[in-house]
Design a protein around this ligand. Structure first.
Ligand SMILES: Cc1cc2nc3c(=O)[nH]c(=O)nc-3n(C[C@H](O)[C@H](O)[C@H](O)COP(=O)(O)OP(=O)(O)OC[C@H]3O[C@@H](n4cnc5c(N)ncnc54)[C@H](O)[C@@H]3O)c2cc1C
Length: 396
């Protein structure tokens, strides 16, 4: 049995899920979060039915559904012509096929569901303002130090510290995530202030040459989440406001009027360069294991980065439980269970990224003609590998 809690560095969706999964099996967890408070960045997030295999096990489905919405469809529209290219129905037939819904939810709300569950569990200790700056393996334990000089030790360590993971930098040393020459902007506006003539109840992806916009409602239709992404040579995370506005308007100059109305609503202060990681075979060393974006950050084109972090959390908790204190065996089992699935998400996200952003060309015409032949049965078959969920050690 553990003598000390397992340290989890990072209280994002992956880290908190891992804490709950460990605690559920009687393993105490101590979560160290660098921010002053446990909390999420305030934007929307989409989840496929696969995450409900985890939420069911953790007893959180009802709480998540209370704060989430299920759209009637996910649409792909042509940014240049406004034509509907793909419609994935996510209503009754989807739910019958995948047994669980597709949801859109405010990230803060789903984060709070996990946080509340952690707070109610005596086996989980949440420590904010604990920015980990160093670590040391000591044979049968791991010790970390924080920016303010505190030391914590644990039986093993789960690095759930995101795409710019300190632990990945030290253990793998493969540098920063690879920028791909695109930036993202995100905004939430009250639904009552939405001026653009766009579908308000669905998830919509407008696909154009070197750009896209994704939007969907949040909080039972009271808010509207907009993400826009475009190719730029100036992918600095900060740019002066006038230059950023001019660049945005230039990028979207040939798109539909409703898209131009949406970009007029964007908050230019949150601007992020987009990058991902290449798939990698091993995520652990000694008593330290990487999880979520620290291990396998994808582009957001499949909207599955957080979904994979949540699946990882449950899988790792079960792997540690099944291995009963043998961390090497547990981490090997965890990697084996998660490698191909997360690598596929990374690779398919890259393919889909190119597919969304095709320049005006014959290739784009071929894409549009091909997707016109996709019916519901075909779309559901294509998504089954992902949405049917993933096995975990010790049984589903
Ligand atoms: C524009 C955009 C849209 C997206 N949309 C979706 C979507 O719809 N669906 C989806 O599934 N995914 C989506 N993603 C991906 C998703 O946001 C990430 O994959 C997910 O947040 C990864 O979770 P995580 O727990 O691994 O890491 P994170 O959420 O990054 O959490 C890491 C945590 O670790 C903390 N931390 C970092 N370093 C330290 C340290 N040294 N010491 C202590 N704490 C530390 C951070 O403060 C943070 O709280 C999107 C991403 C982007 C950029």
């Amino acid at each position: 049995m553990s003598r000390e809690p397992i340290l989890i560095v990072g209280g994002g969706l992956g880290g908190l899920t891992a804490a709950l999964a460990l605690a559920r099996r009687g393993r105490p967890a101590r979560v160290l979060e660098g921010a002053t408070e446990f909390g999420a960045i305030g934007y929307g997030i989409q989840f496929g039915p696969n995450v409900f295999h985890v939420f069911d096990r953790l007893g959180l489905t009802e709480q998540v559904m209370a704060v989430a919405d299920s759209p009637p469809a996910v649409l792909m529209l042509d940014a240049l012509t406004g034509k509907e290219l793909v419609r994935i129905p996510t209503g009754a037939s989807f739910r019958a096929r995948f047994k669980h819904p597709y949801i859109i939810v405010h990230r803060i709300d789903v984060h709070n569901v996990l946080l509340d569950a952690c707070r109610q569990n005596d086996a989980i200790e949440l420590i904010p303002e604990a920015m980990v700056t160093g670590f040391e393996e000591r044979g049968d334990s791991v010790a970390v130090t924080t920016a303010d000089g505190r030391t914590f030790s644990g039986d093993a360590l789960v690095a759930a510290d995101g795409v710019r993971s300190l632990f990945r930098a030290k253990l793998i040393g493969d540098g920063e995530p690879q920028p791909i020459g695109y930036v993202a902007l995100r905004t939430i506006v009250p639904m009552a202030e939405l001026k653009a003539d766009v579908p308000r109840d669905c998830v919509v992806l407008w696909s154009g040459p070197g750009l896209h916009i994704v939007h969907y409602p949040l909080r039972h239709g009271s808010e509207f989440n907009i993400v826009n992404v475009f190719r730029t040579a100036a992918h600095a995370e900060r740019l002066d406001a006038a230059a950023a506005r001019a660049e945005l308007e230039h990028a979207y100059r040939n798109t539909q009027p409703s898209m131009r109305a949406l970009i007029g609503m964007m908050d230019l202060r949150w601007r992020r360069s987009i990058g991902d990681r290449a798939p990698m075979r091993h995520w652990h060393q000694g008593r330290i294991v990487l999880l979520g974006d620290a291990a396998h950050a994808p582009l957001q084109s499949l909207a599955q980065g957080a979904g994979m972090a949540i699946e990882d959390g449950l899988c790792l908790g079960e792997a540690i439980h099944v291995a009963d204190g043998d961390y090497q065996a547990a981490f090997r089992r965890f990697e084996a269970a998660r490698l191909l699935r997360t690598a596929r998400v990374q690779l398919e996200s890259r393919s889909l990224w190119d597919f969304y952003h095709l320049d005006e060309s014959l290739a784009r015409d071929v894409r549009n003609a091909s997707v016109a032949e996709w019916d519901e049965a075909h779309l559901f078959d294509c998504l089954a590998w992902l949405y049917d969920g993933a096995p975990v050690p010790g049984g589903r």
